[in-house]
Design a protein around this ligand. Structure first.
Ligand code: PHE
Length: 332
């Protein structure tokens, strides 16, 4: 029996499993109910007391050895398996850098403009993109069927041509004048649509910001001062500004504002339209035009972005070209 114990001890010592299923088979073979150890203990019972005392110790040692082996490999196999997985991984290495997204230049410029005007008390207003003819044209002093409507080539809703995709955010201003009593000081912003040929400088959809201020004794001088402030905040100090007489059905007098870099490029660039709100418009929107006057101005956000960031083609703003958009990561 001693021989058998020695033999088994050798076997157990050389046992080195590669998978956990081998450990389980080993456990059953040695410690199971019909395993080697049970068999040995059965034999052991039959031994005479003398032999018992010399076999008992090595037999118990063998049993302990088996238990230890099993425990060791149960633990160690798990570890070495996870070692394999992470073997060629250096956890102290820096991970790949995650590129932060960037805001779209149209959003950046919109936020900048909104900031500038909200600092001096303008609220923000928005409205629907599909509006009736009245909000887009009639209330704004476009005579019915007057060719002035052609100034802004319009998308009409086919099912009901009384409704249009708004051609300017002035439709929001009409809504604001109907809803609120003066003083009104708001900038209206959103997407607008015009049925134009797409080219480097125009698109069928773009964004506008329009301002409206209505109060007693508002004058054209107030409008000019406001716009000087705006240009200086948005473009910086180094621009000359001029007003050019113009025409809009909803303002009288009307003007367009141009800017030009103080040195270098001598070209004037048009940036916005503006004027004193026509008394007819105030009347149409239920505001006492004898008591109140107001000014309005409007600009295209894409156009402002193009001027500020020297973008030559409006279409690139809608192409989602990562190489273009990535350049704005550092902008707010
Ligand atoms: N609504 C005009 C446009 O879309 C811009 C404008 C607004 C002009 C307010 C004057 C006053 O062209």
């Amino acid at each position: 029996m001693i021989e058998r114990i020695k033999e088994l001890t050798k076997e157990v010592e050389s046992f080195s499993p590669k998978e956990s299923s081998e450990i389980e088979a080993f456990r059953i073979q040695y410690l199971g109910r019909k395993g080697f150890i049970q068999e040995l203990f059965k034999e052991f019972k039959l031994l005479n007391p003398e032999l018992k005392s010399s076999v008992g110790k090595p037999l118990n040692e063998l049993k302990q050895l088996i238990t230890n082996k099993i425990e060791y490999f149960q633990h160690h196999l798990k570890e070495s398996r996870s070692d394999d997985k992470y073997n060629d991984m250096d956890l102290s290495l820096e991970g790949p850098s995650i590129k932060p997204g960037s805001r779209h230049p149209v959003s950046i410029v919109k936020n900048q403009i909104v900031d500038i005007f909200s600092r001096i008390g303008f609220t923000q207003s928005t409205g629907p993109e599909i509006v009736d003819d009245w909000h887009n044209f009639t209330a704004l002093n476009f005579p019915l069927d007057h060719p002035a409507k052609d100034m802004q080539d319009t998308f009409f809703i086919q099912r009901n041509p009384d409704f249009v995709l708004r051609t300017h955010t002035s439709s929001i201003q009409v809504q604001e004048m109907q809803r609120h009593k003066p003083p009104i000081r708001t900038i209206s912003l959103g997407r607008v649509y015009r049925n134009e040929t797409i080219s480097y400088k125009s698109h069928v959809q773009f964004h506008q910001i329009e301002g409206l201020y209505i109060e007693k004794n508002v004058s054209f001088a107030d409008l000019k001062q406001l716009l000087y402030y705006f240009v200086q905040q948005f473009f910086g100090e180094h621009f000359d500004v001029r007003f050019r007489p113009s025409y809009f059905p909803f303002t009288e007098p009307s003007a367009e504002m141009d800017i030009r870099p103080k040195n270098g490029d001598k070209r004037w660039m048009e940036i916005l339209g503006c004027g004193m709100v026509d008394p007819n418009v105030l009347k149409n929107c239920g505001i006492d035009h004898e008591m109140y006057t107001g000014y309005a101005f409007g600009m295209g956000i894409e156009r402002m972005a193009m001027l500020k960031y020297d973008i030559q083609d409006i279409r690139i703003l809608y192409e989602n070209d990562i190489r273009f958009l990535e350049q704005f990561i550092s902008e707010r």
